[in-house]
Design a protein. Structure first.
Length: 142
């Protein structure tokens, strides 16, 4: 019983810290070369889980997934409406991998990057080809 008295305030404190960090992030766009994308943020576990499921985005829009540490973040396209380019970005704001992925509803493939990332950007499909994006390309997050 005594350990509950110690653990509960600790858990509440960690939750409050997490919420305050999430509220302070104010990112509006991600730019690659001369092209900027207005982004929605995926910060919470729920936002990351649902991503762009059942949503459409315009050519100049996207979703930026923000993580706490660099790792190999896998993605899939379950219940997405449109094909997307998935771009993995490291802590130095360099592109480490990218792929064009297609919607699915069952037996969806899982897309795994070749390197660790801190951010993942989803944008309209084929934008990486149009912009001739390469690995190690610098990204600006504003």
């Amino acid at each position: 019983m005594k350990w509950l008295i110690l653990i509960i305030p600790l858990i509440i404190g960690l939750v409050l810290i997490n919420f305050s960090i999430e509220e302070k992030i104010s990112i509006n766009e991600v730019c690659i070369k001369q092209e900027c994308f207005k982004v929605k943020l995926a910060i919470t576990p729920e936002e990351k889980r649902t991503g762009l499921m059942n949503q459409t985005i315009k050519e100049n829009e996207g979703m930026l997934f923000i993580y706490n540490k660099e790792d190999y973040y896998n993605f899939w396209m379950k219940n997405t409406i449109q094909p997307l380019d998935i771009i993995w970005i490291d802590k130095d704001l360099e592109i480490v991998d990218f792929i064009t992925a297609y919607p699915c509803s069952e037996n969806c493939p899982i897309y795994t990057p070749s390197a660790r990332s801190l951010y993942v950007l989803e944008i309209s499909a084929n934008k990486t080809n149009e912009l001739k994006i390469i690995k190690k390309e610098k990204v600006m997050i504003n």
